[in-house]
Design a protein around this ligand. Structure first.
Ligand code: NDP
Ligand code: 8X3
Length: 260
């Protein structure tokens, strides 16, 4: 018998981690629904993968946009949801930051995730073996100066994932909170509004790649039914795993102390 093809919805699939995850799942033969606001890059994949890939122009902050997508693509057919769409805006201290940036981060990282999850959850709850992967962040575990609201939204993702696991207990539905450290994507360009400032964030250190996270998401999803990777925290080796702000930059520090 041929293995059943599972269908995965990936939000924020147009760049960074979402785009890499889309490619990883397509290569493994999954049917992928890849959505985001800018779909040009996904259209190039469509040429290669045909009907294995459904591309959707979806803004997760808009009810109408999400509803229209699900009117065409029934959430009943979904096995895996990867809530990846998200952003940080600004690095200012809370007292200097813009309220409109706070609002946008909450609308996208919290309400966007809830809007999509709410649309599919009634169906997933009735489907043993289904899986929701939320992309949280180490920023949701440890904050840092300028992390304020972004960290708060990712702390929400962590606790909401925990709540989902409780509410879905006994239904054989998995929920994973993936918490990456520094990954070089468009994230810091969006956050700072400048490629130059974004480059500075990764200067002298080796960040994670979007493929590193995509590979780990796939690994979480492909565990046997009895295994739920509830949380996974992945740092670059150059970022100490005790909070976002301990970063090693510059040459490798492996000489050790010289004996006198
Ligand atoms: P990118 O900026 O490269 O990608 C973000 C994706 O989110 C884009 O595809 C963007 O698509 C999408 N997106 C943003 N707003 C919306 C919206 N309103 N509706 C639909 N899609 C939206 O960043 P990353 O790949 O790094 O980020 C992916 C996730 O990973 C985010 O949740 C982020 O918080 C998280 N993360 C990132 C880390 C990092 O260091 N990079 C570390 C930890 C977590 P489009 O603009 O086309 O809509
Ligand atoms: C992004 C990780 O450390 O830049 O979620 O906030 S960090």
């Amino acid at each position: 018998m041929l293995p059943m093809t599972k269908t995965v919805l990936i939000t924020g699939a147009t760049a960074g981690i979402g785009f890499a995850t889309t490619q990883a799942f397509l290569k493994k033969g999954y049917k992928v629904w890849a959505v985001g606001r800018r779909t040009e890059k996904l259209e190039t994949l469509k040429k290669q993968y045909g009907s294995q890939l459904v591309v959707g122009k979806v803004d997760v902050t808009q009810d109408k946009s999400v509803d229209q997508f699900f009117a065409k693509n029934s959430p009943q057919n979904l096995d895996i949801l990867i809530n990846n769409a998200g952003l940080a805006l600004g690095t200012d201290l809370a007292q200097d930051a813009k309220l409109s940036d706070f609002q946008k981060m909450i609308d996208t990282n919290i309400m966007g995730l809830l809007r999509v999850t709410h649309a599919v959850l009634p169906f997933m709850a009735k489907k043993p073996g289904s899986h929701i992967v939320n992309i949280g962040s180490v920023a949701g575990v440890w904050s840092y100066p300028g992390g304020n609201t972004y960290s708060g939204t990712k702390a929400f993702v962590k606790l909401f994932s925990q709540g989902l696991r409780l509410d879905l207990l006994g239904k054989k539905v998995k929920v994973t909170n993936m918490q990456p450290g520094m990954v070089e994507t468009e994230f810091s360009v969006v956050r700072t509004g400048s490629k130059k400032l974004a480059d500075k964030i990764y200067q002298g250190m080796e960040p994670l790649t979007a493929d590193d996270i995509a590979e780990s998401i796939l690994w979480c999803v492909e565990r046997p039914n009895r295994v739920n990777v509830s949380e996974i925290t992945i740092f670059p080796t150059d970022q100490a795993g005790v909070g976002p702000h301990y970063v090693s930059r510059g040459p490798v520090k492996n000489e050790g102390k010289k004996k006198s």
